[in-house]
Design a protein around this ligand. Structure first.
Ligand code: AHG
Ligand code: MN
Ligand code: MN
Length: 336
């Protein structure tokens, strides 16, 4: 029997029946994000041929050198979210404060909040390694008037959807709306994201560990002991551990989602609160991980239970397969 082609939009519309009160607003919002991802893909695929790589010559609130593709991805996503009319407010890695989508209020009653990292793994753009876009979607909690910062500072457990796009050997959009995780690969010949990885599950037994060992010297003792455990060949010969680190959260996580494994960005001397941002990197990835059977903590508590206080706040981050998250926890409990 030929494999039925299911596009992202068809899949989300068919999924609407799981939400009896659905009015198609989330469907429209997801379709806007999918469309933006196609436009960003077009520029990513030309990177190196057109003046879209390299530094923009500015630094963002993170104090990081902004890449041209960071700006392009941010502007593209904001433009699609503005025109879609379903988004009340945006919190982006590339903008100091929230962006209230003013014009949406003129013609609709926008209900949704989008937090996003428009271009993740920017340091990989110039070397043609995989990069990504990460997003979370919440229902606004503010009742009247325009959306506020509080709408973007909800606990990750309140997400109604989360996803990422990985611009790799192919462009793939991985999405959860709270009923499992599904992967859609962009078919450039028809310009559609097509269901390619239905019902993704993260193996409860992973053997890949992904961490920037440059920071080993400043990790907490328990983290060091866990890394030593992964590298100790004698500990348990049937453990064929492998170290992999791409330096792009989306790519490092995506590999572990499909093959099992753990990704860690612990607190370091240079980043005492961790490097990754809770609101638009850790929460969406944590939601996807849990929906696929994995776990995500900041070393002590579940990431989705952390109440954000700042838009750009950083947290230590560990996400992955059950066996490895258990092992990490055992070492942290023993050594702190
Ligand atoms: P961004 O490009 O959005 O700033 O994110 C980069 C992050 C993340 O993608 C990756 O896991 C991490 O930075 C890599 O940090 P190091 O280079 O310090 O390992
Ligand atoms: Mn990022
Ligand atoms: Mn980024």
């Amino acid at each position: 029997m030929s494999h039925r082609l299911v596009t992202l939009n068809q899949f989300v519309v068919e999924g609407q029946k799981d939400f009896p009160c659905s009015e198609g607003k989330l469907t429209r919002l997801l379709s806007d994000i999918g469309a933006a991802a196609k436009v960003i893909t077009r520029e990513v695929r030309k990177a190196g041929l057109v003046d879209i790589i390299g530094s923009h010559g500015t630094t963002n609130i993170q104090g990081e050198d902004v890449q041209k593709l960071d700006i392009y991805a941010n502007q593209t996503l904001i433009s699609f979210l503005r025109s879609g009319g379903e988004c009340a407010v945006i919190a982006s890695e590339e903008d100091d404060d929230i962006i209230v989508v003013e014009d949406a209020y003129d013609f609709t009653d926008p209900k949704y909040v989008v937090t996003m990292d428009p271009l993740d793994g920017s340091s990989n753009i110039d070397v043609n390694a995989s990069i990504g876009t990460i997003f979370s979607i919440y229902k606004r909690v503010s009742k009247q008037g325009k959306a506020s910062r509080e709408d973007a500072l909800q606990k990750g457990s309140e997400q109604v959807a989360a996803g990422y796009v990985i611009y790799g050997s192919s462009t793939m959009l991985v999405l959860t709306t709270g009923n499992g995780v599904n992967g859609f690969t962009l078919d450039p010949s028809i310009g559609e994201f097509c269901l390619s990885h239905p019902n993704i599950k993260m193996s409860p037994e992973g053997f890949i560990f992904s961490v920037n060992e440059q920071n080993y010297h400043s990790f907490d003792k328990g983290v060091k002991k866990f890394i030593d455990y992964c590298k100790d060949e004698d500990a348990d010969s049937k453990r064929p551990y492998r170290a992999r680190y791409i330096g792009s959260l989306v790519a490092d996580f995506h590999r572990n989602l499909l093959k099992g494994g753990i990704f860690m960005y612990p607190s370091t001397e240079g980043a005492p609160k961790g490097k990754l941002r809770l609101v638009y990197e850790c929460n969406p990835i944590a939601f996807i991980a849990e929906q696929a059977g994995g776990r995500a903590t900041n070393g002590t508590v579940r990431v989705l239970d952390i109440k954000p206080t700042e838009l750009h706040q950083r947290v230590p981050f560990a996400v992955g397969s059950e066996n490895l998250m258990d092992q990490l926890n055992t070492h942290l409990m023993a050594w702190g």
